[in-house]
Structures are given as structure tokens and as C-alpha cells.
Ligand binder design. Sequence first.
Ligand SMILES: CSC[C@@H](O)[C@@H](O)C(=O)COP(=O)(O)O
Ligand SMILES: [Zn+2]
Length: 211
Amino acid sequence: MSIDSRPTLISAARHFYQMGWMVGTAGNLSAKISDNSFWITSSGCPKNLLTVDDFVLMTLDRDKGEFYSTPTQSHSQKRPSAETSIHAAIYNLFPDAQVCYHVHSIENNLVSRFTNSDNLALPPLEMLKGLGVWEENPHLTMPIFANHLEVSQIAEDIFTRFKDTKPQVPALLIRDHGVTIWADSLERAGNYIEIVEYIFRYMVIRSKVKG
Ligand SMILES: CSC[C@@H](O)[C@@H](O)C(=O)COP(=O)(O)O
Ligand SMILES: [Zn+2]
């Protein structure tokens, strides 16, 4: 991505904060700037007040699957998001992914408990077309991962599972924690977060209507 993506990430974070999806410093956003580098929000920042200095430039070693803060960066006093390993795993798994967003909402936490399995069945809503699914009455699932204290363990679980089996939608849930989506553009990433959150809201309301 040749343009500076940080202003768009700042607006996206403010919007997600206002939606109640990034309260209390929750969540993290990243965007690639080249094949092997990406901006990511620094750890512990209030997401409604981000500035361009609240990002850390990371380098990704695709061969080794490793990543590290770019040392020449003037923002190096900032720590990258504690969940950088998850973003790095996504970029290593999906070469087309340019952007990766992670948010915490009440609904995404609730639906992660709708099943004990590691796949959440999604309702066959028209909105799935917005995630690139063009099927009549689609029966899809979203992968769920356990929320380990060690974030590197979550990233490893994601890498191991998706290396062999690609998910049906560009999104995953971490149980009792949040959702992560990835996309090939900033605009699409914003749409994907809104769509998955719409689906989660639908599922929560439907569960109440059904009783
Ligand atoms: C409200 S604390 C949430 C964090 O533990 C984490 O899950 C999170 O999403 C934000 O971590 P961060 O290191 O600021 O990117
Ligand atoms: Zn999180």
C-alpha cells in the first residue's frame, strides 16, 4: 500500500470506538505498507484519540514467520500491540491480506459462547455477500479459537489451523475476547468489520426472540 494508511486507520478506530467496539483501549488495527512491513497500533492506546505517532512499523520475515519492530523508526519508544503476533500470522497465511482489524464487542463475545465447538454456524443472511460469499442459502461457519493468556499461543493456533484449512470467511473469533478480520484494502476491511458485527447482533437478537 503506497499511501500512508495511518489517517484511515485513525478514522476507523474512532468509528469503532463510537460503536462500542474499541472501548477501554481494546482492539488493534494494522495495514501493510509493503510485502514485508506493516503499521500497527501501539499497545494500550485509547482508540478514539490515536495520532500518527501511535503506530509502530513492523517488519515481517515471511520465510521464518518472525516479525519485529523496525529499529530505525522514530516511534520505537512505543510498544507494538500485544496482539501483533496475530496480525503477523494473518499476513503470513494470506498474501492478499493488506489490512487486519481486531475489535471487542459485547455481541462478538456473546456469540463466541453460542457453541462449544471451534466453529460458529452463521445464519444464511444476504449480508454474507458483503464478505464475498455468492451462494444461495449459504451454510457457513466462522472459526473460533481459545483465548490463551499467551497471545503467541493464539497466533500459533491460528497459523497451524489455517495453514491446512482455509476459513470460509475472512474472519475469526477468539472466545470471550473479540473478532479479527482481514481484507485486501482499507475500505473492504471497514466493511467486513461492520458486516460481521451486524451478523453477530442479528444472532444475539434472534436468540432472544427465540427465547
Ligand atoms: C482492554 S485490554 C485488551 C487487550 O488485552 C487486548 O485484547 C487488545 O485488544 C488491545 O491490546 P493492545 O496491546 O492495546 O493492542
Ligand atoms: Zn484483543
